[in-house]
Unconditional design. Structure first.
Length: 147
């Protein structure tokens, strides 16, 4: 998990650097009504961080396999109105929640990384997969933001 932790640290550094150097206009621009702006993509990453922080924490003490609760990403982005949010506030929130997740990733043991997770009725993985996938998800969306 050292590689995953290092990757998350680098993504946070690059992401924050980009966000602080970008204009409000660039971050708020929407290619179409149905597409998210860069601010809304960042908001989606915040919502993902909130949900995954809860998952990564609860799996430590809940019964296994730990059931993943799905969430409506479009409804959350809209309800949180990230399009009209202050970029400094949401950038700092995104960074903060991910620093907490980074701490949790670094704290895991082989035993905890093997905790079983139920994704769907007959689909399972472990905490290691969930954490690696989370960091890959951030990387994917940061590429969209920084293009």
């Amino acid at each position: 998990m050292t590689e995953t932790a290092n990757k998350l640290e680098q993504l946070l550094k690059k992401g924050l650097e980009y966000l602080t150097q970008s204009s409000e206009l660039e971050l708020s621009r929407k290619e179409s009504v149905s597409k998210w702006s860069k601010k809304e993509i960042l908001g989606h990453l915040i919502d993902s961080g909130i949900n995954n922080l809860q998952r990564f924490t609860e799996i430590q003490f809940e019964n296994k396999p730990y059931p993943i609760r799905q969430y409506n990403q479009n409804a959350l982005v809209k309800a949180n109105d990230y399009q009209n949010a202050d970029i400094k506030e949401i950038s700092e929130f995104w960074n903060s929640i991910n620093l907490r997740i980074l701490y949790l990733i670094k704290k895991q043991t082989e035993k905890t990384l093997n905790y079983k997770v139920q994704l769907e009725k007959d689909k399972f993985c472990d905490l290691r997969f969930l954490m690696v996938d989370y960091v890959d998800h951030i990387e994917h969306h940061l590429k969209q933001i920084m293009k």
